[in-house]
Write a protein that binds this ligand. Structure first.
Ligand code: 13P
Length: 249
């Protein structure tokens, strides 16, 4: 079974999210072959969830606060996401880290908040272009993983990790995909590294300019259990085509 997770980022407004959810609801994917989840914006989450309730498609959130409730203007807690029937929460997406300034310690607190309410975090890690140019890819991945996972209690929620090299993430479809061999190398490093902290199997997803055309080149590697897709998840044609491609493996 492979994972295809669609992160709709801030690409789709409420109406567009619902249109896409309704289109997805008319498709039928083989959940033995592919686990599909979508990550709408907060406003659309409950309506998208209702639209997809009778399908095998799961719902995730793109972010959450690290406290359950209180005087935190503008924030949405993991508990609120749980009560909206989410299964997953992205934690530490590079746009949260590098556009909104989230630190490794913020990421750790959010990870714990998600685990505390019984949801499954999708922890995102990845090096920037500068890290890569300075030969610091390994350093960055190890540091992000150590800060997130050292001493963590996953309960029985499980964890998914997404390797998203920041430089490979597209802007509205224009991006520079990572060489599948390089993605495999990073996944093998992550796999080894997390064994220091965890004794369960953690699915590893690749993210960064994934399309129906290149998805199989990533999934051809055993170290890649699925993909986290941005731009290509915005439209029914490209997203469904991608899911069908994975399903046909
Ligand atoms: P793209 O597929 O648009 O490169 O986005 C990847 C991503 O950031 C998914 O979380």
């Amino acid at each position: 079974m492979k994972f295809v997770f669609g992160n709709w980022k801030m690409y789709l407004d409420f109406d567009e999210s619902l249109v896409l959810a309704n289109q997805l609801a008319t498709e039928s994917y083989n959940s033995n072959k592919v686990e599909v989840a979508v990550f709408p914006n907060y406003l659309a989450i409950t309506d998208v969830e209702m639209s997809l309730r009778d399908t095998s498609i799961r719902i995730g959130a793109q972010n959450c606060a690290w406290v359950p409730k209180g005087a935190y203007t503008g924030a949405i807690s993991a508990e609120m996401l749980r009560s909206a029937n989410c299964d997953y929460v992205l934690v530490g997406h590079s746009e949260r880290r590098y556009v909104f300034g989230e630190t490794d310690s913020d990421v750790r607190k959010k990870l714990e908040a998600v685990l505390d309410v019984g949801l499954t975090p999708v922890l995102c890690v990845g090096e920037t272009k500068k890290d890569r140019e300075e030969g610091k890819t390994e350093y960055r991945l190890k540091k992000q993983l150590m800060k997130a996972l050292d001493g963590i209690n996953l309960y029985s929620n499980g964890l998914i990790i997404a390797y998203e090299p920041v430089w490979a993430i597209s802007n509205a479809g224009v991006g520079e995909p990572c060489d599948p061999e390089d993605a495999n190398e990073a996944h093998e490093l992550i796999d080894l590294e997390i064994k220091q902290y965890l004794d369960i199997d953690v699915p590893l997803l690749y993210g960064g300019s994934v399309t129906a055309n290149n998805v199989l080149s990533y999934l051809a590697h055993d170290s890649v259990d699925g993909v986290l897709v941005g731009s290509a998840a915005r439209k029914i044609e490209t997203f469904s085509n991608l899911i069908r491609t994975v399903e046909s493996m």
